[in-house]
Design a protein around this ligand. Sequence first.
Ligand code: ZN
Length: 209
Amino acid sequence: MSIIRQELVNRNSGWAAEMSGGQTLTLSARTIIDFVAFDAANPNLAFDQAITKENNLSIYLREADGLYSRSDQLLMTFIADGFRGLGTHDLQFGMCGRARHKRAAKEGRLNEYLHGHNMTLPDHGCAENLTWALEDWGIRYENIPSPINFFQNMEISQDDGGMKRTQVRPSAPVDIVLRAEKDLLVAFSACPDMASKTGGLGVGVLISD
Ligand SMILES: [Zn+2]
């Protein structure tokens, strides 16, 4: 194994990079990560939540599951999940951001983030972080798909489909490892993670082959 790229991404900021097929991406964290992937040759072919859930027959992304594009291409495989047995990775939600925070405050729903109404709202979130990270590739917000929300553990009711955020996160950073199945552009936001006790943390990144 050789290291292609290694860095630390600060809390509430974004990151993007190209990867070659066969390389692996390791993210080390204990905070929510909003993650997306695109076919490097055609960024219109982006990760898609619905096809991914259908092909894996699961509403969560589990170890050995694939990440698929809307056109049913296998983009990545989730080869190691350090959160397994501790919590689950969300495939329902979109991205937090200015618009979502504003709406939650206006509708009096900030308590859904589990810290009550007296919380400081960040001036940006994952929507802005991913938009800024993908600017250099000419990808606009409208073309960024709803992400995989790694470490976003949710309670989902079988009876009525109700969804609740939880504060379940790894107590110390754990690794999640994804293998690129073709040449890709990948990007993520280290979420401000307003539901967590820490309010979002940095993420370690390693690309290797
Ligand atoms: Zn977020």
